[in-house]
Ligand binder design. Structure first.
Ligand SMILES: Cc1cc2nc3c(=O)[nH]c(=O)nc-3n(C[C@H](O)[C@H](O)[C@H](O)COP(=O)(O)O)c2cc1C
Length: 201
């Protein structure tokens, strides 16, 4: 049985880039889909999927409605955990750390990079709040279409992004006989070096 780890000790951002690149060519859809875990004010875990829309040495970025359920949880507790599971590769990456809101310029740039219909759809949505009837949402979409007959839609101020600055990144690789491979990278702060260790699967 092979006694070497398949997960190199290299910088975790570089390793993420390699695995994400492989996921982009192997996953049938949304290789950037990740579970975002937050917590309710009384400590219940709360999880949902979001899309990774930016990543680099300063962190992992997603966009959402800050008045949604997750948005309220984030405002009260700027910490989160992200999880990628790339089924076709049989790989998992877990990322944990504090969040910060992206700048208005970043949020504007991303919002306006989306198709006009998506801008309208998210501007019309009171995400996570009760919708009495789907027609109410459709009417709001039509109202925005009439109000802004062409071009970009102004970004609602509560539509924004958050950047998770990782303190822990764990890579998991499927291995034969369930002798899976795990390597955990940890750092105390963004300006501190990463340490890493293998973990029992
Ligand atoms: C694959 C996938 C990707 C999604 N991406 C996003 C996203 O990037 N941003 C977002 O706000 N919601 C996204 N959603 C919807 C969320 O999972 C969730 O339903 C919504 O954000 C409301 O969550 P909340 O009530 O916890 O705030 C996505 C759902 C799926 C299934």
């Amino acid at each position: 049985m092979d006694n070497q780890s398949t997960i190199p000790e290299s910088d975790p951002f570089t390793l993420f880039e390699v695995w994400f690149g492989e996921a982009r060519s192997s996953e049938p859809n949304d290789p950037n889909a990740m579970a975002l875990a937050t917590a309710t004010p009384d400590g219940f875990p709360s999880v949902r999927m979001v899309l990774l829309k930016g990543h680099g040495a300063d962190g992992f970025v997603f966009y959402t409605n800050a008045e949604s359920r997750k948005g309220e949880q984030i405002r009260a507790n700027m910490r989160a955990s992200l999880l990628f599971h790339w089924k076709s590769l049989r790989r998992q990456v877990r990322i944990e750390g504090p969040l910060e809101e992206v700048t208005e310029a970043e949020a504007d740039a991303y919002f306006h990079s989306r198709p006009r219909a998506s801008q309208i759809g998210s501007a019309a949505s009171d995400q996570s709040r009760p919708l009495p009837d789907r027609q109410v949402y459709i009417d709001r979409v039509h109202a925005l279409e009439s109000r802004y007959p062409e071009g970009d839609i102004p970004r609602p101020p509560h539509w924004t992004g958050f950047r998770l600055s990782p303190r822990r990144i764990e890579f998991w690789n499927d291995r034969e006989y369930r002798l899976h491979d795990r390597r955990l990278f940890e750092r105390a702060a963004p300006d501190r070096p990463w340490s890493n260790t293998l973990l029992y699967p």
